[in-house]
Design a protein around this ligand. Structure first.
Ligand code: VGL
Ligand code: ZN
Length: 204
């Protein structure tokens, strides 16, 4: 895939970690298959930032800490509804490492998110209360970035919320669909695509 890029473009590589790939704790169907394309896309960008889902043990998004609940159920948290997940991306664990074939040398910054036990963080920009910032907007603005290209896992969660927030933060935002895969819970991929388009995210 050829993409016309400039110095004000950033590639945002979202959560391409072992736990979201085949054999991982929260494997996204066909997730591994984004790696080669993302490696090729990386060569076309001067600015590349990645995110890493990075939870402490016993994180509040884990079904295992909510007796009587199962993964993929929803509960109400003080900041709103929260889907519960299997334990995944535990800080320092093999599952939290980037996929072994992902070319990470060119990453200039790695934003870790979800490290506060009481709150989850799907987006690379804001935690799930939509208020607590990761600092990414400021970083990108100070580097003169105007447009963000989102790729990675999962299309219907972390990619979706990162792309929506990128738009809200005033960046032109493109999601390269062929470099993403979704979990797809009850139509969540279709819902994500519609929601992203509604806030002006370009799907390519
Ligand atoms: C993600 C669910 C829980 C993601 C992270 O990267 O999309 N999904 N944590
Ligand atoms: Zn997570």
């Amino acid at each position: 895939m050829e993409i016309q890029t400039t110095d004000t473009d950033c590639l945002l590589v979202i959560d391409v970690q072992n736990d979201f790939c085949e054999g991982g704790a929260l494997a996204v169907p066909d997730g591994d298959n984004v790696v080669d394309l993302i490696n090729r896309l990386s060569e076309q960008f001067n600015t590349i930032v990645a995110t890493q889902d990075w939870h402490p043990k016993g994180h509040s998004s884990f079904a295992s800490v909510h007796p009587g609940h199962e993964p993929l159920q929803q509960i109400d948290m003080p900041y709103g509804p929260q889907t519960l997940w299997p334990d995944h991306c535990i800080q320092g664990s093999p599952g939290a490492q980037f996929h072994a074939n992902l070319q990470t040398d060119a990453f200039q910054n790695i934003i870790r998110k979800g490290f506060r036990a009481p709150i989850d963080s799907y987006s690379a920009f804001f935690e799930n209360d939509h208020t607590t910032t990761t600092g990414l907007s400021g970083y990108l603005r100070e580097r003169g970035i105007k447009r963000v290209f989102c790729v990675g896992l999962a299309l219907d969660f972390c990619v979706r919320f990162s792309a929506e927030d990128a738009r809200r933060e005033g960046f032109e935002t493109v999601v390269i669909e062929s470099a993403c895969r979704g979990i797809n819970i009850e139509g969540s991929v279709a819902a994500a695509i519609e929601a992203m388009q509604n806030v002006g995210v370009e799907l390519r």
